[in-house]
Design a protein around this ligand. Structure first.
Ligand SMILES: Nc1ncnc2c1ncn2[C@@H]1O[C@H](COP(=O)(O)OP(=O)(O)OP(=O)(O)O)[C@@H](O)[C@H]1O
Length: 344
């Protein structure tokens, strides 16, 4: 275990032993640092008699740190869900070839499934039954999954309802598109709550803010941030985050076509790209800017905005984008971020 991680573990134990711990008093948990190296995932694709190989993740090294909220951003098809599924042990497909190394708190592991009880995965589509209230859903899940006493289950459920800020709607049915129920943000917080019942150290979330308006999305992000502050490892893919949401990320990972082009402190990302000559304009949303950099269409828009002719050669744009992408990949490979990963 690294010194930094040991410090977090010690801090966590201090917190756990303190009666006045304010938030998410779900009990003791061991902070988790999940790291991986040389991760290659290839898919075999058969169309008629032709078989081709597609690289989904291209030799990745990375780390998800405890007490941090890490956001994974990238264009559609860049490999975000594949990475999330691999790290959470949910990647099952007959046509995938997977190789690489995983380690948990500094120790190599072969089977992530063994740590299932310390991890949770919040899917994009909420799994709550429309006719249950959040309180009923929590008790149902607690009875199915927890082996603690009935009194402890009740304590945990009631604490969660308070800490998630859903006291007012705890007895309202969840609802769905046909049945009126709690709001979208309350439903998402309740979905996260169901996963929190097992007191996980590491939580993966797939686009938890999709379909929510900006202030409701911010409430969900605030919840994730609080969980991270509490010592948990929070890893989430996020679709089109606002600037306000972006400001809540501790760490940022940018993925393009199965390659990482940034992995580090979210607040240093703007400076990092600026040193390469890509300055995010003042008052603009950093994630929108990064998404433009990671897309061929973004390059086209950039050219039109710069007043260049709108009679573009598609092949030329493609070639220019490939060159830009290669520059990002190579710059990342020689950056301090990669060197720091070596020490984690
Ligand atoms: N089992 C598979 N076989 C073949 N191709 C696959 C398989 N799984 C994923 N892919 C392809 O790998 C690429 C990455 O997929 P992934 O779902 O990880 O992307 P993503 O970044 O999460 O995209 P989105 O934002 O659209 O959800 C896509 O082109 C997808 O079609």
């Amino acid at each position: 275990m690294t010194d930094k991680l040991q410090t977090i573990v010690n801090r966590e134990e201090q917190l756990v032993n303190t009666d006045n711990r304010a938030e998410f008093s779900l009990g003791k948990f061991t902070p988790i640092e999940l790291a991986w190296d040389k991760l290659i995932i290839n898919a075999t694709i058969k169309v008629g008699k032709t078989t081709t190989e597609k690289c989904l993740l291209n030799n990745l090294k990375g780390v998800m740190k405890p007490a941090h909220f890490t956001a994974i951003l990238g264009p559609s098809g860049s490999g975000k869900t594949t990475l999330l599924n691999f790290l959470s042990g949910r990647l099952i497909s007959d046509n995938l070839k997977i190789s690489g190394e995983l380690s948990l708190n500094g120790k190599r592991i072969n089977d992530i499934d063994k740590f299932n009880d310390q991890m949770a995965y919040v899917m994009q589509d909420d799994i709550l039954l429309a006719t249950f209230s959040p309180r009923e859903a929590f008790y149902f899940s607690a009875n199915m999954r927890l082996t603690i006493s009935a009194e402890e289950k009740a304590q945990r459920v009631e604490a969660l309802i308070r800490e998630l800020g859903i006291t007012k709607c705890a007895d309202t049915r969840v609802g769905n598109t046909q049945i009126r129920g709690v709001s979208g943000g309350e439903r998402k917080r309740a979905s996260i709550g169901v996963e929190l019942l097992t007191n996980p150290s590491l939580i993966f979330l797939d686009e938890p803010t999709t379909g929510l308006d900006s202030s409701t999305a911010l409430q969900v992000i605030d919840l994730l941030k609080r969980l991270a502050k509490n010592g948990r490892t929070i890893v989430s893919t996020i679709h089109q985050p606002s600037s306000e949401i972006f400001n809540n990320f501790d760490r940022l990972m940018l993925l393009v076509r199965g390659n990482i082009i940034y992995q580090g402190d979210a607040e240093q990302a703007i400076d990092y790209f600026a040193t390469m000559g890509y300055q995010c304009p003042n008052f603009s949303n950093p994630s929108d800017y990064f998404m433009k950099l990671m897309n061929e269409e973004g390059l086209l828009v950039e050219k039109i905005q710069a007043g260049e002719s709108d009679d573009f050669d598609e092949a030329q744009i493609k070639a220019e984008f490939e060159q830009r992408l290669e520059g990002f990949i190579q710059n990342y490979k020689t950056s301090n971020m990669i060197k720091e990963l070596g020490n984690s």
